[in-house]
Design a protein around this ligand. Structure first.
Ligand SMILES: C[S@@+](CC[C@H](N)C(=O)[O-])C[C@H]1O[C@@H](n2cnc3c(N)ncnc32)[C@H](O)[C@@H]1O
Length: 166
C-alpha cells in the first residue's frame, strides 16, 4: 500500500493537538458506547488482540479490561490525548497506549473497534482507511463500530457517511 499520512490533508497531528489542548472535544459522550459494549459482551476470545484507533478518551478500554481482555492497544495521533490516557491506564496490565498516526501503524489484530474515528479523518482518505484496516486485521479478524449514516454540512469533523459508502 502507498504510504500515506493524514498530515497531507490538514487534519494531522497539529490540528488534533490543538483540539485537545483547547478542549474542543465536543464528541465526548463520557462513557463507552452501548452498541460496542453489547457486541463485546458476546465476544468470547479473551486473548484477542484488540485495537482502538483514533481512540481519544478510549472509554471502551475500562469496559474491555473489566471483562478480562488483556491484549488491548489504543492509539491516537494527539500527544495530549495520549498523555491523559497513559496516566489513566498506567496500572492496567495488557493495555498499550501509542501516540501514532493510524496510517503509519503496523500490527495484526483480531478485533478493531471503530468509535467516531472514521468520521474524524478527511473523507478523501477513506479508501486508504479501508486498505489500512484490511492490512491491520488478521485473516479472521473483524472491524466493528459505530458510524454516522448522516450527512453534515460543516467542512470539518465529524464528517458524515452513508451505509453504501461504509
Ligand atoms: C472524534 S475523536 C473520537 C475519539 C473517541 N472515540 C472518544 O470518544 O474520545 C477522533 C480522534 O481521532 C484522533 N485522530 C484523528 N486522526 C488520526 C490519525 N490519523 N491517527 C490516529 N488518531 C487520529 C483524534 O486525535 C481524536 O482523538
Amino acid at each position: 500500500m502507498k504510504e500515506n499520512s493524514s498530515d497531507q490533508n490538514n487534519l494531522g497531528k497539529n490540528y488534533w493537538d490543538e483540539r485537545w489542548e483547547t478542549r474542543q472535544t465536543g464528541w465526548d459522550i463520557g462513557y463507552s458506547s452501548p452498541a460496542i459494549e453489547e457486541y463485546v459482551l458476546q465476544y468470547q476470545n479473551k486473548e484477542a488482540g484488540i485495537l482502538i484507533p483514533g481512540c481519544g478518551n478510549a472509554y471502551e478500554v475500562e469496559f474491555l479490561w473489566n471483562l478480562g481482555f488483556k491484549n488491548i492497544t489504543v492509539l491516537d495521533i494527539s500527544s495530549k490525548a495520549v498523555e491523559i490516557l497513559k496516566e489513566k491506564y498506567k496500572d492496567r496490565e495488557g493495555v498499550t497506549v501509542i501516540c501514532e498516526d493510524f496510517f503509519k501503524h503496523h500490527g495484526n489484530y483480531d478485533l478493531i473497534i471503530e468509535q467516531t474515528f472514521f468520521c474524524a479523518i478527511n473523507p478523501n482518505l477513506r479508501t486508504q482507511y479501508a486498505e489500512k484496516m484490511h492490512e491491520l486485521l488478521d485473516e479472521n479478524g473483524k472491524i466493528i463500530g459505530v458510524m454516522f449514516n448522516k450527512t453534515f454540512e460543516k467542512a470539518e469533523p465529524p464528517f458524515g457517511g452513508s451505509i453504501p459508502e461504509i
